[in-house]
Design a protein around this ligand. Structure first.
Ligand SMILES: [Fe+2]
Length: 320
């Protein structure tokens, strides 16, 4: 079904990436373990569904594990072929408390065992280990920045094919000299993307997943700067000009936003699982995720409420 291509070796890294035990998915064992098998268009079937869950911000507090479990249950009910995440898996590891950071990724990995389908993860700003000024760790720590995430999930950018579509997850983050995160696609990744796409037919539909949006109206609507978009997103769009880009899936803003660019591709910022730090809606966007239905060359989507707001309000009323 799925062939992961990562930046280093082209090896399949699915099991690491998903955090799922192979034993849970015996039907995946051949395509995931047989690394001598070249990626191919496996099926003539071109109708399928997948789920996009972003900004999960898992932590032990605020009933967050219960809320995420509700999302997992809802996804399992809908039974898409796989799950893409949009980053900010945990909240958070930027301040560099190693023990706590490890426990957050462990908690996330434990919870995603509950998905009945493969999970492909994306890195977000809150997943960057030890990058903030107040962190006791520095750049020499092996887990610094992408290190901890990559140790848990594999490469932070990679691609895979599914039923005739090509999926690319990008790492949209870097760190500034004054120790803040910024939206940026580094040069190594851009070179990798060019190489990766050489193996993709020009007519193959492509989906890009990025945590920091490549296109976003936040600043126009709010008049604020900051890292709301990837500074050099245009470099990826230029690379993709000769290809059949269909959809850019985005996280970070915790709101719902979509648009169509010149009848060529669409972008979709997919709300969030956590809302405003599990305390309620952010930007008045209800906690939820996106279900995408692919039919041949086209797709449709809907925002799915996994019931967390109702549950949260019930708990708040009980506490009064
Ligand atoms: Fe977030």
């Amino acid at each position: 079904m799925t062939n992961i291509k990562n930046k280093n070796s082209g090896r399949r890294a699915f099991i690491t990436r998903s955090g799922l035990a192979l034993a849970s998915f015996p039907f995946l064992s051949k395509s995931c373990q047989n690394s001598s098998k070249e990626p191919k268009e496996e099926s003539s079937e071109t109708s399928f569904e997948f789920a996009f869950l972003t900004d999960i911000h898992i932590k032990p507090e605020m009933n967050a594990p219960k809320g995420f479990q509700m999302a997992i249950n809802k996804v399992n009910e809908l039974n898409p072929d796989f799950v893409l995440t949009g980053g900010d898996l945990v909240y958070d590891v930027m301040r560099g408390d190693h023990k706590k950071s490890e426990s957050l990724f462990d908690l996330y990995k434990q919870l995603i065992q509950g998905f009945k389908m493969p999970v492909y993860n994306c890195i977000g700003n809150h997943d960057l280990f030890g990058i903030y000024e107040e962190s006791p760790e520095d750049e020499n720590h092996p887990d610094y920045k992408y290190g901890m995430w990559e140790r848990h999930f594999g490469d932070s950018y990679y691609s895979f094919d599914h039923k005739g579509w090509h999926f690319v997850t990008l790492n949209s983050l870097d760190v500034t000299h004054d120790k803040k995160y910024k939206g940026f696609f580094n040069q190594d990744q851009l070179e990798w993307l060019k190489e990766d796409l050489k193996k993709v037919n020009n007519s193959t539909p492509i989906v890009i997943t990025t945590h920091i949006p490549m296109i976003c109206t936040y600043s126009q609507l709010n008049g604020e700067g900051g890292s709301r978009t990837v500074a050099n997103a245009f470099e990826v769009f230029i690379i993709l000009e000769a290809y059949n880009l269909k959809l850019v899936l985005q996280g970070h803003i915790h709101w719902k936003e979509y648009g169509d660019v010149n009848d060529r591709f669409q972008f979709l910022t997919g709300g969030s699982i956590a809302g405003n730090g599990w305390k309620g809606r952010r930007h008045n966007t209800k906690e939820g995720f996106v279900k995408i239905k692919v039919e041949s060359e086209d797709f449709s989507w809907e925002y799915v409420d996994h019931g967390w707001e109702d549950e949260r309000l019930k708990a708040e009323n009980r506490a009064i």
